[in-house]
Structures are given as C-alpha cells and as structure tokens.
Design a protein around this ligand. Sequence first.
Ligand code: AMP
Length: 500
Amino acid sequence: MSKNEITFASLNLAEPLMRAIADAGYTTPTPVQAQAIPLVLAGGDLLAGAQTGTGKTAGFTLPILHLLTAKPATNPRPGRPRCLILVPTRELAAQVEQSVQTYGKYLSLKSMVMFGGVNINPQMKALRGHVDILVATPGRLLDHAGQKTLDLSGVEILILDEADRMLDMGFIRDIKKILALLPKQRQNLLFSATFSDEIKTLSDGLLHNPGFVEVARRNTTSELVEQSVHMVPQKLKSHLLSHLIKHNDWKQVLVFTRTKHGANRLTEKLIADGIPAAAIHGNKSQPARTKALAQFKDGTLPVLVATDIAARGLDIDMLPHVVNFELPNVPEDYVHRIGRTGRAGSSGAAISLVDKEELSYLRDIERLIKREIPKVAIDSFVPPTNIAEEAPRAPRPPQGQRRNSGPRTAGTGNRNQPPREGQARDGQGPKPRQQREPRNPQQREQQPRTGSQPRNSQTSAKPRPPQKPADQQHLSEAARHQAMPQPALFSPKPGVRRGR
Ligand code: AMP
C-alpha cells in the first residue's frame, strides 16, 4: 500500500481511538501519521522530522495510547507515569495534553500536564494519584523529581517533542538529567523540525536503530501562505498595522515582535487605537497567557502579539493572518512563524513589516526559502504627521543568532543553569553575557540600536539596472528602496492595495 492510500482503518488502532478520530473529523491520516504510527506501534524507536501543523501530535499520541492500553501497567503506583512527553514550552505542553485527552477520551488512561509559572501544589496533589501519561516542560519536571513527588522509574515510552527548540532553549543539560532518571529499557521517539548536528548527537545517544520519518522538507514555506513585505520605517509600523487591521477588517491576527517589551508596547498602541489585543510572552503570568490564547482561539480577541518562544508550537487552526512586526534574526524562525498560517490545507497570509535597516535579514530569509517575497505598497495608508520619535530599541544580537541561544560553558555556576519555566524570561536558554539585554526594560530602551544596521555595503549600493539574476534584482530593489524616502511608498490618498 502506498503512503497515499493509507487509511486510519489500515493502521489497526484500537476501536476507542478510531471513534475519537472520527469525532475529531479526521478522515485520512496525514503523511507523518501514516508513516510514524506503524513504526511506533511496532515498538521501535523513532526519529521524525516534522513541524507543527503536520499532525505530528496525533502521529505519536495515537500509537502510544494504543500501546499503553494494549499492555496494562506492571507496577502501577501513584505519581509513576508510564509515558513521558517532554516539550519546550508551557503552551505546547497544554496543547499536547489536550490532544492526549481528545484522542484518549474513550480510554481509561490518565494524563497530566506539568509546567512552571504556576502553583506547584495542584501538581503535587495530582501526582498523589494515578498518572499514565505525563506531558511536561523540563524545568518543572526536575523540580518534582528533586522533591521526590514524581517517580520516573516506570517510564516505558519517552517522547521528545520539538527537540530542536528544546536544544535552542538550552535544555540539553536538563534533558540529560531527566534521561538519567529513566529506566534503560524503554521506547524513545524524537520529533524535531530540523536536524542540526546537536540533534544528531542527541538522537545517536538516545535512539536504538530508529525508524526514520521526514515529512516536510525543512526550511520550506507552504505554497498556501501568501507572503508579502511592506517596506515601512520602524516608527510607522504600529500605525500601518492598525491601518491594515482596521482597513481590511482582519479578525484574527498573530503578530510577532522581537522582544517582550516590544510586544507590550505594540499591544498598548493597538488598544489605544481601538483594536483589542493582548501580548503573550514569558513575563506574563501563566493564567494571563492561557486566557489570551483561549480568547484568541475562540475569536473574541482579534490580535495576539507574541514573541517567538511564546508562540512556538501554538496550534491555531486556519489562522488567516500572521504579521512579522520585525523580521527575526534567525531566518529559520521566519519559516516557523509563518507556519502558523496556511495550515491543515487552509490558505493564509504572512505579512512582514520591514524597515530598511532590516533588509539584510530579509535577504537571508529569501535565500533560505529560495524565493523572493513580493514587496507590496499600501496605497490606502496615509502616514500620520507629527509622529513622536521612537525610543531607541534593544540591540539585536549578531545576525543569524537567537537572542538566547549562545554557547555555554558547562559547570561554571548558576548562570549556566538551564532555564526554569516561570522565570522572568521567555522560558529561553541563557544568553552569552555580552549579548544579554539589560534586565530593566527602561535601561534596555535607552540603549542605542546597533545590530540592525545593514550587514554589508551591498544593501546600500547604488540602484542597478534591471535584467539581473534574481538575487541581484532583489539587491537592486533593496538599494532602490534605501534611496527612497520611505513614507513616499504610501499614497497620500486612500486607494487600493497594489503590487510592486
Ligand atoms: P500538529 O502538527 O500536531 O500541531 O497538528 C496540527 C493540526 O492538524 C491540529 O489542529 C490537528 O487537530 C490537525 N490534524 C491532525 N491530524 C489530522 C488529520 N488526520 N486530519 C485532519 N486534521 C488533522
């Protein structure tokens, strides 16, 4: 049977799972499900390359529910899970556990979610009862293990979900500590959107003769996502965004900002413009994050402003609009960001607001996704006059690096400890000292902008004649743009949106 012909019925999942699948409205397994489910059911280890949006959660949840039901626990004890699913962020933890409940609703297995930033006592209470499947972020899990409220000696199946992001966030030491607490005999599944050398090292040490599944080529963007760039000076971005939301009557927009402070400022500005919005990032309390996400998902909150880490793994179906308020430093993050839209077969639009100082980031992204993103002018936008000068923004780390993903030195004290969820950062890993932003946001604001200058002289070169290879044509465009006063890209009169 070819991969395309695989049906849920042919996967031999238990009847209660088939009923839950039917209730969810799924008719056909996605490619990652079609390939991963038989491998997991066979009991082997698995290395899977799949991004959020591919249906990977059901790809591991359905077969583990089947396996755990088919084989009763040998030594059931309170607080002793049989399956551990490790994830990088709180939101993903909540989402994955929700999937476990959805697909396991006709089974009697018990699941639990565990993450930081919330009171530990209810988790301790839950661990005094029976738990089959535990979905956890690494930090809080280790807190429980340290306090002996959690017993990991009965784990039969381990899943590392979004393993690449866990490594990006500096969780490798936590992961190693957790692995040391698990029994040697177990089934291991590793899901990752990308396969870096670090992931290869981790999988080599963890997996035994793994089956391999890779569904979406990495660093590709979905054809269903209509991508566009609006060139706009930084100080006009919030005005343009308000205009776009109001003018086009956007009902559900996920906006990415580079910093938590930037997310707060933008949210305040949108609210002042009469657009309901909420920010979601690591400095927000977990209840506030959960509430904002729930309201955004159910359509009562039209705009959610998020940092990369907070938004990672968010499963929001058929999201119509994703806006990059600033381009990410790391081109791969662009692919992750716009993966929030055009998902599960629906189309979506990814709009990037790009200041001329960000052109080198744009070029890196276009190189990665191997296509040029059309620059679109918004004729209907009339920039306001008398705009207050923006306070200088936080400096960017060197291009191509994440804010918090710098190298670490092992064993040199607390500053190198992996992050704990709930600490006053995005749940991200530690930063190398020289790249850290000041803790005090005001102090951060006063810093001059340094890192977002164009990287090389090409971007500020004189305009070139057309009819060049694509790459050079783009440079010409960039150069032309730089030579142009940016507000002139917008018509003084309201009109229609037009292409370049
Ligand atoms: P994930 O990649 O696990 O975050 O899943 C992305 C979305 O796809 C979720 O909203 C799932 O409910 C949905 N989904 C998963 N499997 C299927 C399927 N076989 N058919 C249709 N939708 C699915």
